[in-house]
Write a protein that binds this ligand. Structure first.
Ligand code: F7E
Length: 328
């Protein structure tokens, strides 16, 4: 009988972690999710994984990726075949306010995991969540050869982790790769990211809970895809013959304003009446233009996004409409 594969997912309760858990469980993996310990019994933090809690192939460990001893203890106990490092302080704006904790979580966290793999079992395959933010001011379209030019503490920490992953691959022959994922969204997206803020506000305005959506810059461009599509790419990278890094995105770019227009047209709302852009929400420096060139992933992995921009906006807006109606 074929041995059941074991995957450890850090950040399992986040958007990507929860979609990846669903995906791997559907492939008959035993999935171990890592959660950061909190003394409060906040049920909200389990919302994205609630539906898997009774699955015998799903279990949770508590620990923090910034704690090397905790990572050693958990990896030694679980002996996973694959580790997906999705835990992060992932809010770019917040990284300006909390640069040190961002560096600890996003740079030292992956180092702790890679060191454990190196010392304990070099057969464990490792996936690092890299990001299009690393390109900063580099003009698009961005592919694997484009220059990293980070302009936020978040992006600086992610570049460190990205380079470290390649270093462990080259120096120690560890199957370690990074997915350079462009923005990816879903109904499970955190409410502080711009797409979810927009879809939630539109639903709230329709329900008379809110009058205006306040945003920062609306002229920045992002390549937005569906998170559910992107977790498959993570898995494909670890099933590859050779480890290497891949850009994952849609190959389409839109401004924040275009996302608002798309959602507001679904809601029948007037952008001039219900949206305002205020400088107080601007970042010290914002990435202006992101556009993925995912040719390498499409060619090597046979991966392609399924959900497009309009479908994504609709899916998220409809979900928030249902959620807000349910709260009334
Ligand atoms: O901002 C602008 C903001 O926070 C998108 C993370 O997952 O993707 C994400 O990073 C744009 C920026 O995503 C608001 O200034 C305007 O230009 O949704 P976001 P992000 O910064 O692109 C990458 C790939 C990651 O790796 C990150 O972890 O929207 N914007 N007004 C706003 N953004 C927010 N959050 N809130 C606003 O009110």
């Amino acid at each position: 009988m074929k041995k059941q594969k074991v995957a450890l997912i850090t950040g399992v309760n986040g958007q990507d972690g929860s979609y990846l858990a669903d995906f791997l469980l559907s492939k008959d993996y035993r999935v171990v999710g890592l959660l950061r310990y909190t003394a409060s019994n906040d049920s909200g933090k389990l919302a994205n994984i609630q539906h898997n809690l009774s699955n015998p192939n799903f279990s949770l460990e508590t620990g923090d990726i910034t704690d090397a001893s905790a990572m050693w203890r958990i990896i030694d106990k679980q002996r996973p075949d694959e580790i997906y490092n999705l835990a992060a302080q992932s809010h770019v704006g917040e990284s300006y306010r909390s640069p040190m904790s961002t560096a600890h979580i996003d740079a030292i966290g992956p180092l702790n995991i890679l060191e454990t793999i190196r010392c304990l079992d070099k057969n464990i395959r490792f996936y690092q969540a890299s990001t299009s933010e690393m390109y900063g001011d580099t003009p698009g379209p961005q592919n694997e050869q484009a220059l990293f030019s980070p302009i936020s503490p978040y992006a600086c920490a992610k570049v460190f982790a990205h380079n470290l992953t390649a270093t462990y691959r080259k120096s120690y022959d560890i199957f370690a790769c990074s997915g350079i994922l462009f923005n990816h969204e879903s109904p499970r997206r955190g409410e502080h990211f711009v797409t979810r803020k927009i879809t939630k506000a539109a639903a709230n305005i329709l329900a008379n809970n809110q009058d205006k959506l306040e945003l920062g810059r609306i002229d920045t461009r992002r390549d937005w895809g569906f998170a559910g599509d992107y977790v498959e790419a993570m898995w494909l990278m670890l099933q590859n013959k050779e480890p290497t890094d891949y850009v994952i995105g849609t190959g389409e770019t839109h401004t924040v304003k275009e996302f608002v227009e798309e959602v507001f047209s679904l809601a029948g709302l007037d952008i001039n009446t219900h949206m305002v852009s205020t400088e107080t929400l601007y970042r010290p420096h914002d990435v202006a233009f992101l556009l993925a060139d995912p040719t390498k992933a499409e060619t090597d992995l046979g991966w392609k996004r399924k959900v497009g921009f309009k479908q994504l906006a609709k899916m998220m807006f409809e979900n928030d409409t249902v959620l807000i109606k349910g709260k009334k």
